[in-house]
Design a protein around this ligand. Sequence first.
Ligand SMILES: C[S@@+](CC[C@H](N)C(=O)[O-])C[C@H]1O[C@@H](n2cnc3c(N)ncnc32)[C@H](O)[C@@H]1O
Length: 312
Amino acid sequence: MDAEHIPVLRKDAVELLAAERGGIFVDCTLGLGGHAEAILAASPAVQLVGIDRDPEALALAAQRLAPFGARVRLLSGNFADLAALYAPLGLPAPAGVLADLGVSSLQLDRGERGFSFRRPGPLDMRMGPDGPSAADVVNQYPEEDLERIIRELGEDWDARRLARAIVADRQREAFSTTQQLADTVARVKRRRPVKGGRPSERIDPATRVFQALRIEVNQELAALPKLLDEAIQLLSQDGRLVVISYHSLEDRIVKNTLRDLARGKVDPITGRAQWETQLIEVLTKHPVRPSPAEVAINPRSRSARLRAARRL
Ligand SMILES: C[S@@+](CC[C@H](N)C(=O)[O-])C[C@H]1O[C@@H](n2cnc3c(N)ncnc32)[C@H](O)[C@@H]1O
């Protein structure tokens, strides 16, 4: 297993889940099963329910977790449907829920999945088997929608020029490959050279556009509030929720949702928080970030922020 496949913030995640207590833990983003393996290894009394929308990830994780036998159950689905996926199992309330958001290294590394501007492949980017692909978005969205998603989800301030160039290029030939899109981005960006920072610190110009499309294609921001809500409702008393995010918009959703649930309902007359309606205690005053040593080994961890809460 190479360094990039070591799960991000593994030790912090397992500790904040308090997996050594045993019980049922739900990994909502199973991926290659790295966090799941560490959770299972924390105690022989841990049972794990693993969910992923990517059938390829589920198959690989199943192999990795096979040594844990009947302690593992794997489910295919979207974590936005957590409660509906969990209910038919007939299990008691879980002691912990983990979500390690975003893409897996498996998805990024396989050119044929279309997530990477560095690898030739179809412009796909779907984590699961259905829904519109990145090519559908790029070829069909109106220019103003492309501009909005590149600006908001990609946080790229060249959004207007990029959207205009994409629309001009698609009129000549529809986009079907990652290379075509990377070329269009490179052409726009070459006209405005990146200023500042050492070359090693600059990210590739296509990074932000590809990130924006991936989040849009997989409706990643829409699924997150539902997951947080259902996870908190599902947890047993003293159960733990751990969420690792990689994008400032995701982290903001996690931070604000946890803050609101910890504060409880606000009395409309006095404006005071009603402590009896508090659902959780936030365990991470500030988000946990990877150490420089972890980032050096696994550069993909650099934007990770972990937040955790305890169900009251
Ligand atoms: C960062 S990876 C997880 C890596 C994993 N923690 C490990 O140690 O190998 C994120 C995974 O979550 C999955 N995923 C993302 N959004 C999802 C959603 N809404 N429902 C289910 N799975 C999702 C992706 O398919 C991907 O496999």
